[in-house]
Write a protein that binds this ligand. Structure first.
Ligand code: IFM
Length: 800
């Protein structure tokens, strides 16, 4: 298949939800799944539309308990367009509905360069004949409130009429995720519909609890140089319906354009969402012009972000980039939204924001720093809430929630369903306080990549200091060892949420948590040093930082405990006392054991008893930090981390991880590549295939895995190049991965737009675009060069 297109042929009801997720079109403001226009939600199709940050909270009763969940709301379906036909003088046939037996040559083509989804098929009907249908749709990247669908009908061997019904449908629920079916899913109320003659319909409604008003207007026109019967508008409850009858004959194709505008009351620069939608749709250009401006906007994006890798890996990386940019585009810079773990592509995890931004922002920092900054601002606006959460837990500083939505309260559910056993189980994932370290890491990385000291000294400083404060306050001194400990938390490996049989949930001395906490404390101290004195004083006063707090941070950052056993780093205290799992027997019995936790629970056992991880936990440290930096962090804590210990640690957890998260393959791929291991590619490939092959078995239909997608891009950008932005220099330490030995991309660094990095034939080429800016210092393990704007430097890489 060509480099820029992805194709799906045939009509496979079982695979439609996966295809729909992968064919989602969006622009950062909203996205619509690649469902078939004639289909409403059902067992096969799920036409979801989501506006970034549009959440609603609903109460439900499950298993006798009242629970409240906040969801990213599935909004009215704008895509609906169905048709039926009749021969001249005959009666109307049924409305077309797809079926594997009657739909021929069915093909979807996702064109990444133009960001369009084209669908073609032929339909044969005994009463009439063969009808060819071609549909092309877009969700506009230049005007984020617009979408359009063009349908071209071609009669092969008959003449008659086609009736087209174009709809805006509010009869939708959040029904994408089967295991949430017991929950209340009806988020919309107050539906009103209407007509704006001569060619538009509208629908407005609001979300039940959050009161977000949503308005859609759809203009449906026939591109024909002929007079047509007047359209019919039907006031159906919950739906705005527009019907048109158009004559058709061989050689006289019928082209129908549906142009849609979407606004919500969260939008800026509008008076009323419905007025805005009607106004926008009536002013919208025709389809060819919309396509042109949309394509031009995408061309600009590709120029800023494209990654060139030959072969299949390159095609997949570009698909990943496409979906990242559809979720987080330059429009995101104007919104108050975070990084939704599953994109705007489905309803898994309810559109919530987790630590996954740790895999996304480092990539964006070097291409769309304004987007990273907006995503950090999402956290900043919720800092007071995080401070309140910490205070309610009896702590100082900021305790960011494991799952975040509209207002930054903890959205993680208290109970979750094991679909394997049907049991509702207590959910302790809110103990994953390491999310705070992810926020701090991203603040630091963003500022290092951009040189945005303004941010570092203002909002960034507030977040970093409050997170550091929380970590310091959470630690307890063990007088026996003189070490500080963090008790009762859950690490990234979500399998372990407590000790077997223990009365309280959580684990002690989770290494990932402790080491990242030590890193945060060290950065906070460094920042306090770097701040201009007046700003330091101002922050001290504003945050109420006491004089002895930095002293405590200093001490804790040097004496946090890291447990070891058998010459490897322990995932947490007591890990070595857990039982070994008979991996082979579980694999033989269950085939895929990615969700070992659910398997064991359904057997009446618990994964807490075993040395078995869902995803990288200790090894995450090798993902976040370069080997040198990791050694420094351990060194500061008083532990020697040599290559042997790290190698043994990698091997140890590799044998004990089920990769129940798409993030795991990614992390292992990068860590193994850095360790120059031949098996790295196996994990990188798994990360690349996470969504296209739906490796977690049915989860991609509920939304893409944005962290893994962005992470694969960062794996090339920072992982394979060893790129670090620190001390006002670009540090490079390329690692060999034979299957990805050639790559090229540009980054935006300290105001230099389009710094090029290209690796091929054992050489690394670095080019700095011409500008008035200062030269860039580039540091490699064995040399340092300074490259002036307008210059290119080619370095021969050492043989590995
Ligand atoms: O944040 C992740 C977590 O690490 C693994 N489970 C899914 C979450 C959302 O992507």
């Amino acid at each position: 298949m060509p480099e820029w297109t992805w194709e799906w042929t045939g009509y496979d009801p079982a695979g439609e939800k996966l295809r729909e997720s992968l064919c989602t079109l969006g622009n950062g403001y909203f996205a619509t799944r690649g469902a078939l226009p004639e289909c409403r939600a059902g067992l096969v199709h799920y036409p979801g539309t989501y506006v970034a940050g549009c959440y609603n909270r609903l109460e439900s009763t499950v298993a006798g308990r009242r629970v409240t969940n906040e969801d990213l709301v599935n909004l009215p379906n704008w895509l609906l367009l169905r048709f039926r036909r009749r021969r001249t003088g005959g009666t109307w046939g049924p409305w077309f509905s797809p079926h594997p037996r009657t739909i021929m040559n069915h093909r979807h083509t996702l064109d990444l360069r133009r960001a369009t989804l084209t669908r073609t098929f032929r339909h044969s009907d005994v009463g009439t004949g063969v009808l060819g249908v071609e549909q092309i749709r877009l969700v506009h990247m230049a005007d984020p409130h617009l979408a359009a669908l063009r349908t071209v009908f071609t009669a092969r061997d008959w003449s008659g009429e086609v009736e087209i019904e174009s709809c805006l449908d509010s009869e939708v629920v959040n029904g994408n995720v089967h295991r949430y079916r017991a929950l209340n899913r009806h988020h919309l109320t107050g539906v009103r519909t209407g007509v704006r003659e001569p060619d538009s319909i509208w629908l407005s409604c609001r979300t039940k609890a959050s009161g977000v008003v949503v308005a859609l207007a759809a203009r449906t026109t026939v591109v024909a140089g002929r007079s047509l019967p007047p359209p019919e508008f039907r006031p159906v409850r919950h739906r705005a319906v527009h019907r048109l009858v158009v004559p058709i004959a061989p050689g006289r194709p019928v082209t129908v354009d549906k142009t849609v505008a979407l606004h919500t009351s969260r939008d800026t620069a509008i008076s009323d969402p419905l007025d805005a939608a009607l106004d926008r749709v009536s002013a919208a250009a025709d389809f060819p012009a919309l396509l042109e401006s949309h394509t031009a906007a995408w061309e600009r994006l590709w120029r800023r972000a494209d990654v060139q890798v030959p072969g299949e890996a390159g095609r997949i990386l570009r698909l990943h980039l496409f979906h990242v940019l559809q979720t987080l585009s330059p429009h995101t810079a104007d919104l108050d939204v975070g990084v939704p773990a599953r994109g705007l592509h489905g309803e898994a995890y309810r559109g919530h924001v987790f630590w996954d931004e740790l895999f996304v922002l480092p990539y964006l920092d070097l291409h769309f720093p304004e987007v990273s900054r907006a995503l950090l601002d999402y956290r900043y606006r919720r800092l007071p809430r995080a401070c309140r959460a910490a205070a309610e837990a009896g702590r100082t500083g900021a305790m960011f929630p494991w799952q975040s939505g509209s207002d930054g309260r903890e959205e993680a559910q208290a109970w979750h369903l094991n679909p394997g056993s049907g049991h509702w189980l207590p959910d302790h994932s809110r103990l994953q306080h390491h999310v705070g370290s992810a926020v701090a890491y991203n603040v630091w990385q963003y500022c290092e990549a951009t040189g945005d000291t303004e941010y570092l000294y203002s909002r960034g400083a507030e977040m970093l200091l409050q997170i550091a404060r929380f970590w310091a306050d959470l630690t307890v001194l063990d007088p026996g060892t003189g070490r500080y400990r963090i008790l009762g938390v859950v690490g990234p490996d979500e399998y372990h949420d407590g000790y077997p049989g223990a009365a309280r949930p959580g684990l002690d001395d989770n290494t990932y948590t402790n080491v990242t906490a030590a890193w945060v404390l060290t950065r906070a101290l460094e920042l306090l040093e770097r701040l201009p004195a007046w700003r330091r004083d101002e922050l001290r006063e504003q945050l109420g930082l006491t004089a002895d707090e930095p002293a405590r941070w200093e001490e804790v950052s040097r004496r946090l405990r890291v447990p070891f056993h058998q010459g490897v780093i322990s995932q947490f205290e007591g890990y070595d006392t857990l039982a070994e799992l008979d991996w082979d027997s579980y694999r033989a019995r269950y085939g895929t054991i990615r969700r070992l936790d659910r398997i064991l629970e359904a057997e009446g056992d618990t994964v807490n008893r075993y040395r078995a991880s869902k995803q990288a936990d200790v090894l995450m440290l090798g993902y976040l930090f370069s080997p040198a930096e990791l050694r420094t962090v351990f060194g500061r804590l008083g532990y020697e981390l040599d290559d042997d210990i790290w190698r043994r640690t990698v091997d140890y957890y590799l044998r004990r991880t089920s990769h129940g998260s798409t993030l795991s393959g990614l992390v292992h791929g990068l860590v193994l590549a850095r360790a120059r291991r031949a098996d790295a590619w196996q994990y990188v490939r798994e990360a690349l295939e996470s969504d296209i092959a739906d490796v977690q078995g049915g989860t991609t239909g509920e939304g893409i895995h944005l962290g893994a997608m962005a992470g694969t891009l960062d794996l090339v950008q920072r992982g394979l190049t060893g790129l670090e932005t620190r001390e006002d220099a670009l540090w490079l330490d390329p690692v060999p991965l034979p299957a990805l030995s050639e790559y090229g991309f540009t980054v935006r660094y300290h105001g230099h737009w389009g710094v090029g990095l290209r690796r091929r034939s054992g050489h690394l080429e670095i080019s700095v675009p011409d500008s008035e800016r200062s030269p860039i210092r580039v540091i490699l393990a064995d040399r340092a060069v300074t490259i002036a704007p307008g210059e290119t430097c080619t370095l021969k890489l050492r043989k590995e």
